[in-house]
Design a protein around this ligand. Sequence first.
Ligand code: MN
Length: 483
Amino acid sequence: MTYEEIKKKLVKNNPQADVELADRCNKLAEEVHSSQKRLSGDPYMTHTLEVANILLDLKMDSVVISAGLLHDVLEDSSMSYEELKEKVGEEVATLVEGVTKLSFKIKPEKEIRQADNFRKILLAMSKDIRVIVIKLADRLHNMRTLQFLPEDKQRENAEETLQIYAPLAHRLGVGRLKWELEDLCMKYLYPKEYEEIGDKIAAKRIHREKLVEEARTLLLQKLKELGIAVTIVGRAKHFYSIFQKMKRLNKEFEEIYDITALRIISESVEECYSILGVIHSIFKPLPGQFDDYIAMPKTNKYQSLHTNVIGPNGLPLEIQIRTKDMNETAEFGVAAHWYYKEGGQRDKKAEHKIEWLRHLIEWMTEIKDSKEFMDLLKMDLFGDEVFAFTPKGDVFSLPLGSTAVDFAYAVHSSLGDKIMGAKINNKMSPIRAELKTGDIVEIITASRSNPNPDWLKFVRTNKAKHKIRHFLKIKEEEEKKNK
Ligand code: MN
């Protein structure tokens, strides 16, 4: 990948893209990394260009692409954030700084490290979710080139990726990144199984592909007769998901029936259901193998109809049916929100931010009893903490039992001193109401409001206590003077 190719792709994604910015950032990256090489022997710039390329595949805008080109600059040179800001502007510099600061590591004290990782993820996301997307692209390219690292490093990175980055990509709904990351991890962590599954898939590939093509043609023809326009693509199942399924169901490769899959992309939701009817009239559905994720989306917003049928010549087929929009959400997840936003309106950003943070919190809560994810994660490390949000999506972590007054003081002293009421999740609530993780708290102030000694009975944070006492003391002194 050359920078010229990156530029071409950027303009193809969006003719209004800020190419001048990307040019400037690429030049700067070249200056910084010029003498550096990767372990593969390639010039360091191959990495930054590939990271930018992955971000382009996710249809990210020129700001994110530029930050991708520069993502290792602060780490690999003596350049400061201030210098970078001067050269490329605040938005790109802030993203690069975010990526630099964000490093997730699994260390011997695993449990503590994990909690730390999730706190970092949460805080980084509340600032700018694009930082996480760049971090994921960076990790993906490092995983693609993992063969150049020493063996112990390969394992370590693959484990970290499987435990932190792939689940993160999944929760953010970026299916594309998730699948590839998982398959790459499997290659290094379960090399024997990886090879076996690969061999078995390859063994009957030609036969299978012929039957899939037959099913595809049949469906296309039938749908055309009914006036329904669709795109149908054959889809190779990912190794890691086959492997997981074999383990989960305790079955052999040969017993996994949906190795082969078709995806049908339609124009509308109504058509999805019509198409389902057509499929079931042509191919016999397998009982109990139908899922309606359109009516009941997954928590990461994934939507699709899934059905398993007996295809041509007895070939078991998994068929997914979804609209174009649903397909974008499934492939790009949270990144889909930055689609061609350049130059356009961007005010929905805060809204999306909160929505995704809530998903993340749901995830963190789910992890508690999700064996499949990882046993080592002890969420009670978070048990004494509450994460609450401002209406703009900034997150504040407070001790358990904290109230709206604590929250107000955490945001700003003046907000605490003038608090009159609070809207929690859009509902008027008393200022002493205890907050829960995920609450969105809007503080209502009044200029005549003042701290009240009674507040000391329910506030939890030292900051609130201190500020209230401070106010009361000053008031007392003033009253003495006036006597
Ligand atoms: Mn990097």
